[in-house]
Design a protein around this ligand. Structure first.
Ligand SMILES: *[C@@H]1O[C@H](CO)[C@@H](O)[C@H](O)[C@H]1NC(C)=O
Ligand SMILES: *[C@@H]1O[C@H](CO)[C@@H](O)[C@H](O)[C@H]1NC(C)=O
Ligand SMILES: *[C@@H]1O[C@H](CO)[C@@H](O)[C@H](O)[C@H]1NC(C)=O
Ligand SMILES: *[C@@H]1O[C@H](CO)[C@@H](O)[C@H](O)[C@H]1NC(C)=O
Length: 363
């Protein structure tokens, strides 16, 4: 699925890193959870020992709620229940109802991210069709790692190009360059943030920080700013954002030959927060043993629930910005894809899916 022609604008504008974007969507405060779907099933995606609860269970068990004292969204693992052998522990996976097209930027301001043995959290995005629509991992880690890792996962043919046109900070750690989900056991093309402030206890002690993900035709970029280094342009709840003012990204996957053609490998993305336990990554014995001892399931998931006291996201806001003049928000319809509406960046206009100004909009 892709946007073909919308008012003829998409052909005239070229999304690029370092452009101006206006806010098109905000998840914050008491209504934070309104725009998300809860998975409502056990983790049948990554083989985690986790049940992603429904919206009503998340509310009644206080696994997803807005803390009235801070107005922040809390997304967490059950840290009060004893789990019986052969059962899974309750946690949360939420997916944004809206999808965001090339030409958008998402900015997530967080105070705390989940960590601890067996814990595998991520803030990321993917297209409904995977891997052909692509996946962008802004924030991810497992167990007791001390740094955030960022990655893309795609069809074959998309790579992280490391020539001088890549904007990635020289201190960033390039772990792998092939983004093909079928290669290297789907590890993706991974960049690790060198900053210890990007994960775990050090992240929380420093007051967290802000992750910025730019999804542009020229390339995909992720910036992380620990709280004391958040630029004024992000800290003041700005309605307009110029990514050229943010400095070099922590990770950058440029388009073009030898890199990743974003138009080919990426479709509009749903944003996702999830926390699973053990599973394909955190629970892989060679990964688990790098930072934790014992057995992932036996010693943690069904062990002392206080293992999960730090297994939560504390999110002040997630804001999505769209390139000025471009339609980047694809809204979920009442029935599948048939009722999708489009919001025009900068104008705040909501229109129906079928006919705009006499022209057919195809999604
Ligand atoms: C996971 O479970 C849900 C609900 O039963 C189902 O709709 C979905 O197809 C399953 N996904 C996979 C990958 O098995
Ligand atoms: C990436 O490389 C760093 C430095 O060698 C290492 O500490 C980290 O575990 C690697 N991450 C992955 C996912 O391989
Ligand atoms: C920014 O927005 C958040 C969420 O809407 C709010 O809690 C916070 O007070 C705002 N900050 C400023 C400086 O306006
Ligand atoms: C569970 O975790 C929360 C933080 O999310 C913490 O405030 C609480 O004290 C922990 N323990 C129990 C028993 O709720």
């Amino acid at each position: 699925m892709r946007i073909a022609t919308i008012l003829g604008l998409t052909t005239a504008l070229c999304a690029s890193a370092g452009t101006t974007y206006n806010v098109v969507q905000e998840y914050a405060g008491p209504t934070f959870f309104d725009g998300w779907d809860f998975y409502g099933n056990f983790d049948n995606l990554t083989n985690g020992d986790a049940i992603f609860v429904s919206s009503s269970e998340a509310t009644s068990q206080r696994l997803a709620y807005v803390d009235p004292s801070t107005n922040h969204a809390i997304i967490k693992v059950d840290n009060t229940s004893r789990v019986a052998f052969n059962e899974k522990r309750n946690t949360v996976r939420i997916t944004s109802q809206d999808r965001f097209a090339i030409g958008s930027v998402w900015v997530a301001d967080m105070l705390h991210v989940p960590y601890g043995c067996s814990v595998w959290p991520a803030f990321w995005s993917q297209a409904p069709a995977w891997p052909e629509g692509g996946e962008i991992d802004t924030f991810e880690g497992v167990n007791q790692v001390t740094r955030n890792q960022m990655a893309l996962h795609t069809n074959p043919g998309c790579s992280l190009r490391q020539d001088p046109t890549s904007l990635t900070q020289t201190s960033s750690i390039i772990n792998s360059t092939n983004c093909d989900s079928a290669a290297n056991e789907n590890s993706g093309c991974v960049v690790t943030d060198p900053s210890l402030q990007s994960y775990g206890e050090v992240f929380a002690k420093g007051g967290g920080g802000v992750f910025v993900t730019e999804f542009a035709e020229e390339g995909i970029s992720v910036w992380f700013f620990p709280r004391d280094l958040v630029p004024q342009s992000l800290s003041s709840n700005t309605t307009s954002l110029d990514t050229s003012k943010l400095g070099k990204p922590t990770a950058n996957w440029p388009s073009g030959p030898g890199g990743c053609d974003i138009n080919t490998f990426f479709q509009p993305q749903n944003l996702i927060f999830d926390i699973t336990l053990c599973g394909d990554f955190a629970g892989a014995p060679n990964v688990f043993s790098q930072t934790c001892s014992g057995k992932c399931y036996n010693d943690y998931v069904i062990g002392d629930p206080s293992t999960y006291d730090n297994a939560y996201f504390d999110v002040a806001s997630v804001r999505v910005y769209g390139e000025v003049g471009k339609q980047v928000v694809l809204q979920k319809g009442q029935s599948g894809n048939s009722g999708i509406g489009i919001r025009v960046s900068g104008l705040g206009v909501l229109v129906s899916s079928l006919v705009i100004g006499g022209m057919m909009v195809m999604i």
